[in-house]
Design a protein around this ligand. Structure first.
Ligand code: UDP
Length: 368
């Protein structure tokens, strides 16, 4: 079959590869001048630092199949994400762990004592937390919530934490030991040659053709036997039910010398600081050595029409616009909507790859 695809990020790359290996002919249209979507990386011309062009992407997963898959196309170097946070004039370790708790409260608690100490501060009357705020108050209490989450979340989402779902906070663990690995996953690493090279290798197949600086829209669907669409689902339908809300990011690039902040990611949780975090990219590749340094100050804001969509905004109150688009998507038998933008989900890279592998497997099985 002749298959069309919109977007050359992780979703379509993984799907294209499986379809090409099954004998189908694939044509991918990518609006940007590079593949790999928002995990694209490029070398800074001056310093040689490998820059995560659209903000930090650390690969982590519990899914052995996904880990084997990425390692088939790129060499991953061991990397553990350890995040620091500046709040109320002090620096702490994230995710909240025993060091954070002991330093924040000026204590020397053991794991068991810390558990009891936090339980005393938590609001156990909240039985089934729905919002981000309820989840925070239920499990960490007012002081830690205000210090680490309230300001950052307002800046990141442009909403009150009462309006956004508990699932967003559930991304972060709270630990009663000194483990400061940001992720609770068995496999974690950084691609030595970057995600872009990895995606290029996934796409490197005789039956896959990638057209950069080009789009595939609803009007083009009839020229293919099937289309996989990883662009924004509301855009595909010409915004007929209104616009889905996304957050976009602005990066203020700083060029410097030496080691400026001493770690890859420093979050800024106070609302008085306008940025959410600062990334010093060279720390993502500790096996490399660079004199110069590139830092990104990251700012979040509501996405205007021409901005790159980053985070889909989900509300506790639900979203009728999204439901309309989901219904419309179901009524397009020749189009499969995939990925973060096509399905309007907050997806990590491993989840994106797993979803793509499962989608293409189901598609092939249905047609076998
Ligand atoms: N968050 C926060 N303070 C922090 C880090 C995270 O309030 O210092 C909240 C914020 O609402 C964020 C969410 O937790 O959107 C999930 O954080 P994560 O680090 O997973 O975000 P990502 O790296 O995907 O932007």
């Amino acid at each position: 079959m002749r298959i069309g695809m919109a977007g050359a990020g992780l979703s379509c790359a993984v799907i294209a590869r499986a379809l090409a290996e099954a004998g189908h002919e694939i044509e991918i249209h990518e609006q940007r001048d590079h593949v790999a979507g928002n995990c694209h990386m490029e070398r800074d011309g001056e310093t040689g630092v490998f820059v995560h062009a659209y903000g930090p992407h650390i690969f982590h997963t519990n899914d052995e199949g996904v880990w084997d898959y990425v390692n088939r196309f790129e060499r991953f170097r061991p990397y553990t994400n350890r995040v620091k946070a500046t709040t109320q004039g002090r620096v702490f370790s994230l995710p909240i762990n025993l060091l954070t708790i002991n330093q924040f409260f000026g204590q020397t608690l053991s794991p068991e004592e810390a558990r009891a100490f936090i339980a005393e501060r938590a609001d156990s009357s909240i039985e089934d937390p729905q919002s981000f705020e309820e989840q925070a108050l239920r499990f960490i209490g007012q002081e830690l919530y205000e210090a680490f989450f309230l300001g950052y979340t307002r800046k990141q989402w442009g909403l009150e934490p009462t309006e956004i779902p508990a699932s967003i906070l559930k991304r972060l663990p709270v630990r009663f030991n000194y483990n400061d690995d940001y992720f609770e996953h068995r496999f974690q690493g950084m691609p030595e040659g970057g995600y872009t090279a990895m995606v290029e290798r996934i796409l490197d197949h005789d039956r896959i053709r990638v057209v950069l600086n080009s789009s595939l829209t609803a009007e083009d669907v009839a020229s293919y036997d099937h289309v996989f669409y990883s662009g924004p689902v509301d855009g595909y339908f010409g915004y007929r039910h209104g616009r889905l809300q996304y957050r976009t990011l602005d990066f203020e690039r700083i060029e410097a010398e030496g080691d400026v902040q001493g770690c890859a990611v420093m979050n800024y949780c106070d609302e008085t600081v306008p940025w959410t975090r600062i990334t010093e990219h060279k720390h993502f590749a500790p096996w490399e050595s660079h004199e110069g340094s590139i830092l990104f100050r990251e700012f979040s804001r509501a996405r205007e029409v021409d901005d790159i969509p980053y985070y889909p905004v989900h509300l506790v109150s639900g979203d009728e616009t999204l439901e309309r688009y989901q219904a419309a998507a179901e009524n397009e038998p020749n189009v499969t909507f995939v990925g973060r933008l096509g399905t309007y989900r907050y997806m990590d890279m491993d989840v994106t790859i797993r979803a793509a592998l499962d989608t293409v497997q189901a598609w092939l099985t249905e047609r076998a």
